[in-house]
Write a new protein. Structure first.
Length: 195
C-alpha cells in the first residue's frame, strides 16, 4: 500500500470516527423548576468554615450535577448571592437548596434528628478509605467538608458517625475542598444511579 493511499484511508477513518460534542439541547438539561421538582439524591453537603467563595461556588455546581438534596453553609462559609460564588456556580445557587447555619455543630445536630448518617471527609484514626465506603441506596447521608487549612473542626468530628478518607498516593496528602467534594459526592452518587 502506498503512503498516499494509507494517509487517505487514515484521514477518512478519522472523519468517520471523529467524536462531536453534544449541543446544549442534546444534553437534556433541567430547568431550575424541573430541578426543584426532581427527586433528589438523599445527600447533603455540609461546608464547615470554608473561606473561598470559589470553592463554595464549585460545590454548588457539583451538587447540581449530582442532583443532591442540599448544601448547608456553616460558620463563616460565604453564602449566595455573591458574584465570586456565582462565577464558579454558574447558576447552581438558583437550583440547589441551601441553608446557612451559625455553626456546623448546629447543622449536624439537626441532621441527626432527621435521621441522617453523617460522615466527615477527613483523615482521622479509623477513617474508611473512600473505595471501601459503602452506603445503602436508601440511606440519608450528610458529608462534612472542612476548612481549607484546618479541616473539619474537632467539635464536629465528635458528632459524626464516621470519617471518609480519600486515598492519596503522592507527596501531598490534601486536596482542595472543591476537588474533594467532587470526588466524594460522585462516589456516593455513583452507587445509587439506576437503583
Amino acid at each position: 500500500m502506498s503512503n498516499d493511499l494509507f494517509f487517505c484511508l487514515v484521514t477518512v477513518l478519522f472523519y468517520i470516527c471523529a467524536m462531536r460534542k453534544l449541543s446544549m439541547d442534546e444534553l437534556g438539561r433541567k430547568s431550575v423548576e424541573e430541578f426543584k421538582q426532581a427527586s433528589k439524591t438523599p445527600v447533603i453537603a455540609v461546608l464547615d468554615n470554608i473561606r473561598s467563595m470559589h470553592n463554595v461556588g464549585s460545590v454548588f455546581r457539583t451538587a447540581d450535577a449530582f442532583l443532591i438534596e442540599a448544601i448547608f453553609l456553616c460558620g463563616y462559609t460565604p453564602t449566595p448571592p455573591h458574584r465570586d460564588i456565582n462565577k464558579t456556580a454558574l447558576g447552581a445557587t438558583e437550583s440547589v437548596d441551601w441553608i446557612s447555619y451559625t455553626s456546623a455543630t448546629d447543622a449536624v445536630a439537626e441532621l441527626k434528628e432527621k435521621g441522617y448518617k453523617i460522615f466527615a471527609v477527613e483523615q482521622t484514626e479509623g477513617s474508611v478509605s473512600l473505595e471501601k465506603f459503602a452506603t445503602i441506596a436508601a440511606d440519608k447521608i450528610a458529608v462534612v467538608f472542612g476548612n481549607e487549612v484546618e479541616g473539619v473542626q474537632d467539635a464536629v468530628l465528635k458528632l459524626v458517625d464516621g470519617s471518609i478518607e480519600i486515598p492519596q498516593l503522592g507527596m501531598k496528602h490534601s486536596l482542595n475542598i472543591s476537588v474533594a467534594a467532587g470526588i466524594v459526592l460522585w462516589e456516593i452518587v455513583r452507587g445509587r444511579i439506576g437503583k
